[in-house]
Design a protein around this ligand. Structure first.
Ligand code: NI
Length: 399
């Protein structure tokens, strides 16, 4: 088959591409092995073992057992310079795989349905490329294999255990496979790109009684129903329309019988925002509407509002050189994408460092895959392409 990829007159391009071509088949083997053996958050023992084995084979110094199952490796360049962290997540999801692939999960009820097997493998590929090209780097690369992204807790624990120090990390690069982008394409989103994900619980306390005599009771069901309707005004009436926000009630529990007014109703939900102002507004509005309902309907509303992972901020100081590097390595394959109200804990690194998360197209031709789907089957060509893109980004940022 003729080679139709753009060939640019550039030694770095040829060097990265040559190494990637040489290791790609081995990387796909590693990916299929990881895919067949998914592990949940903070249980990535076998996965971390594979990572450590591969790093050892490459002769790359690394530390295991950070944040329980995390692995951190260092590649020192030939000249002094800044420290760039590149982070991959390793955990799987509690989903029964339905892909029918020959290397499908061998663990009932667990699956790499978010492509973190792809991420782990891609970062191992980047390690192999940069280890070979290290003499030409001005600075160091810290490779972070992070546990527990899905459970939201791995990044926090790794930061608490010092992953951004010793040596101090100056900038961070993350990446995620994007099945909504065709393989071969890449995405970037300047500024806030993923949402802050808060949760709330509201317990509406009334007074139980016979359903035939509501005047002798205080009905928490009617109050909860009105309150949930009122919460729909938080986004529509209070948050700036150009600041995206979502308020969703995801569960409601109350009552047991048709003829009993219960004592209480509990409902829980999530608030997603890209801007701090919208987050503050939503939290205050939810609490105020609950207080108003308590006064108006004689109930008591206990509100617990919990701030979760913050918004992920893509910083131009990392985004711009990475986007340029992807274009230098692979041609005009990277385009701007929209922010998402999804969340991810790489955001914690983006709050304390200049950071950027690169989107790597993984959609296979003829499929319409989505993440967290039981039949998810990313196009494995995204691994080699991701390796090239991230390796070139590191080389340009440490040049
Ligand atoms: Ni993910």
């Amino acid at each position: 088959m003729p080679d139709t990829a753009p060939v640019l007159p550039n030694d770095k391009q040829a060097a990265i591409r040559g190494i990637t071509d040489r290791i790609e088949a081995g990387l796909i083997e590693v990916r299929r092995d990881l895919h067949a053996h998914p592990e949940l958050a903070f249980e990535e023992v076998r996965t971390a073992g594979v990572v450590s084995r591969e790093l050892t084979r490459l002769g790359i110094a690394h530390t295991t057992g950070i944040a329980k199952t995390g692995v951190v490796a260092m590649i020192a360049g030939g000249r002094p310079g800044p420290v760039l962290a590149i982070r991959a997540d390793m955990d799987a999801l509690p989903i029964q795989e339905q892909s029918g692939l020959p290397f499908a999960s061998t663990t009932p009820g667990l699956m790499h349905a978010c492509g973190h097997d792809i991420h782990t493998t891609t970062l191992l590929g980047v390690a192999a490329v940069l280890a070979e090209l290290a003499p030409s780097l001005a600075g160091s690369v810290k490779l972070i294999f992070q546990p527990a992204e899905e459970a939201i807790g791995g990044a926090e624990r790794m930061i608490a255990e010092g992953v951004l120090e010793g040596p101090h990390v100056d900038m961070a690069l993350g990446f995620h496979n994007y099945p909504h982008l065709p393989v071969g394409s890449f995405g970037f989103c300047p500024g806030p790109a993923l949402a802050a994900a808060d949760t709330f619980e509201v317990v509406v306390h009334g007074k139980s009684g016979h359903a035939a005599h509501p005047y002798a009771a205080v009905d928490p069901i009617v109050a909860a129903a009105q309150l949930i309707s009122q919460l729909q005004t938080v986004v529509s009436r209070e948050v700036r329309p150009l600041h995206p926000a979502v308020v969703t009630v995801g569960a409601i529990h109350g009552g047991v019988a048709a003829n009993i007014i219960p004592d209480s109703v509990t409902f829980i939900g999530t608030v997603r925002t890209l801007h701090a102002e919208a987050q503050d507004t939503a939290e205050a509005a939810i609490k105020r509407l609950c207080a108003g309902m308590a006064e108006g309907m004689r109930v008591r509303c206990d509100v617990t509002y919990t701030r979760g992972v913050p918004a992920m901020l893509n910083d131009d100081r990392v985004l711009e050189p990475v986007v340029a590097a992807v274009r230098m390595q692979l041609g005009d394959v990277i385009h701007r994408t929209e922010p998402s109200m999804g969340a991810e804990d790489f955001a914690l690194m983006s709050q304390v460092l200049p950071a950027f998360q690169l989107g790597i197209g993984s959609g296979a031709p003829g499929r319409a895959d989505r993440l967290h789907n039981s039949a998810y089957a990313p196009d494995e060509a995204c691994i080699g392409l991701g390796v090239q893109a991230l390796s070139r980004a590191a080389m340009e940022m440490l040049s």
